[in-house]
Write a new protein. Structure first.
Length: 221
């Protein structure tokens, strides 16, 4: 049997999900506090979770990496890990899918309705990633923003959403930037819903693990 997996290291938690490729049956979706450079145990943790179902990396033929936005270091580490596991393996496909699509409940939105995932951008700024519901799933519109408090008030004065989504552990910093009326519209999630990364249909498996979301330009040394 072949399996599909999703991994994310863009925030304060590492996330790993595993499903049967054929049936789509979700076997596990687990989260563990782990951030960027403090992720030395990521591969061991993944192997331990897979072992509970007698699954080895060789049995996984579809890998999805959470592509952000979020920690540049975490995103690159997750992508590099999966690149190392899959390089040269025939029949194995990989892709990056923005973690922003794995926030919020798709059933809350009408077809064609726009929303946004909002992230703490540090430095009293937020990162905004706009989405639209197409064919029953949320997909990127291509619009992203880095907004400080003044810019956020200007943006939402002309571009308001019925609902938005954000991670609950970033609430305090997001509240400092968002207008109060917009902050009240947020649906909070403890983690990204990794099964949404596994099952998303809009993004092909293109074997490009460099397609990470850098709303603010990344700095490479």
């Amino acid at each position: 049997m072949k399996y599909s997996a999703a991994i994310d290291l863009s925030g304060k938690f590492a996330g790993f999900a595993l499903a049967e490729t054929g049936s789509g049956k979700l076997l596990l979706a687990e989260y563990k506090p782990m951030h960027g450079r403090n992720s030395a145990g990521l591969s061991i943790w993944m192997l331990e979770l897979m072992a509970e179902f007698s699954v080895t990396p060789a049995a996984i033929d579809r890998w999805t990496v959470g592509g952000g936005p979020g920690s540049f270091t975490g995103m690159r580490l997750a992508a590099a890990l999966i690149e190392g596991i899959t390089i040269g393996k025939a029949g194995v496909k990989t892709r990056c899918v923005p973690g922003a699509v794995a926030l919020g409940d798709v059933s809350e939105f009408d077809e064609g309705e726009k929303t946004a995932s909002v992230f703490d951008g540090r430095n009293n700024e937020i990162l905004l990633f706009e989405l639209i519901k197409r064919n029953g799933e949320m997909i990127p519109t291509g619009k992203t923003q880095v907004l400080d408090r003044n810019q956020a008030h200007e943006y939402f004065a002309v571009c308001s959403y019925r609902k938005t989504a954000a991670l609950s552990y970033e609430a305090a910093n997001i509240e400092k930037v968002l207008p109060a009326a917009e902050f009240k519209k947020i649906s909070w999630a403890e983690h990204l819903t990794l099964e949404k990364l596994i099952t998303c249909r809009y993004k092909d498996f293109d074997n490009d693990l460099t397609a990470l979301v850098y709303i603010r330009p990344a700095v490479f040394s």
